[in-house]
Write a protein that binds this ligand. Structure first.
Ligand code: CAA
Length: 261
């Protein structure tokens, strides 16, 4: 495996911290970043010692200022279409990462940067974070999920306004609009995100995956189908060793010791 050049990966106990590391380009997302993120997320998913991940941006200014405009400017429409450009972000990262991960947004999250943050299970934002889908200014439109995930998160009116005007939304507005779970002071962002990730990592890991799968089902199905998915996953979990342990630990007034099965 080649060493990463555009990201860094660090394991802190059961939490993997992945940092986008092209600060000179405001962490713009080029093909190499995508390749390295796919590898890093696959490694996180495969490593049984790792139970939650945090994705953030290096430098003080940006989480990611979008897909790399310089790289895209040199491509023809046929390249985008034939390569199904942007498809691996969902097929290789979102769909294959069944374990939980958090986006810790430390500054600009624009275009693909906003879209990448929205791929996370939830977003914790610094009070300096700025979200936007400014693709219209480049003569294009969101391509990594912005028109869909932003609309599902904040509703049609605000998503439409953001996409049509390209304006940025600050952290407080993003929290009011339900785009982010929580806003924290800029200097505390990584500590807070890692603390939240450690809390998730301390939970029974199979139940964590199951909770994620259920909440995600709410975006893909009708209420009736979603409720069936929820009940079936709940019922499967009742056969787990961690269910037996979790309930025994409650009754015996002690901490649960999780097996992850
Ligand atoms: N791609 C490539 N390079 C980028 C970039 C991007 N998305 N965003 C910033 N950079 C580069 C700049 O070119 C600049 O590099 P140089 O020093 O070599 O010129 C460096 O990062 C610093 O950027 P600025 O000098 O522009 O910094 P600023 O503080 O003046 O402005 C900003 C910050 C408002 C975020 C501005 O950089 C900006 O508007 N960036 C582009 C945002 C954007 O349009 N994102 C959407 C991209 S398209 C997309 O993402 C498609 C999709 O749906 C997936």
């Amino acid at each position: 495996m080649k060493p990463y050049e555009t990201i860094t990966v660090e394991k802190r106990d059961a939490v993997t911290l992945i940092t986008l590391n092209r600060p000179q380009a405001l962490n713009a997302l080029n093909s190499q970043v995508l390749e390295e993120l796919i590898e890093a997320f696959a490694a996180y998913q495969a490593d049984a010692s790792q139970r939650c991940a945090v994705l953030t941006g290096s430098g003080d200014k940006a989480f990611a200022a979008g897909a790399d405009i310089k790289e895209m400017s040199e491509k023809a429409a046929a390249d985008f279409y034939l390569d199904d450009f942007f498809s691996p972000w969902t097929s290789e990262i979102v769909k294959k990462t069944r374990k939980p991960w958090i986006a810790a947004v430390n500054g600009f999250a624009l275009g693909g940067g906003c879209e990448l943050a929205m791929m996370a299970d939830f977003i914790i934002a610094s009070d300096k974070a700025k979200f936007g889908q400014p693709e219209i200014n480049l003569g294009v439109a969101p391509g990594m999920g912005g028109s869909q995930r932003l609309t599902k998160a904040v509703g049609k009116s605000k998503a439409m306004e953001m996409c049509l005007t390209g304006r940025m939304m600050g952290a407080e507005e993003a929290e009011r609009a339900n785009l982010v779970a929580r806003v924290v002071p800029h200097e505390d962002l990584i500590e807070e995100a890692m603390k939240t990730a450690a809390t998730i990592a301390s939970k029974p890991p199979m139940a964590a995956i199951a909770n994620k799968e259920m909440v995600n089902a709410a975006f893909e199905t009708s209420l009736d189908q979603g409720l069936v998915i929820e009940r079936r996953i709940f019922q499967i979990l009742t056969a787990s060793e961690d269910k037996k342990e979790g309930m025994a630990a409650f009754i015996e007034k002690r901490e649960g010791q999780w097996k992850g099965r």
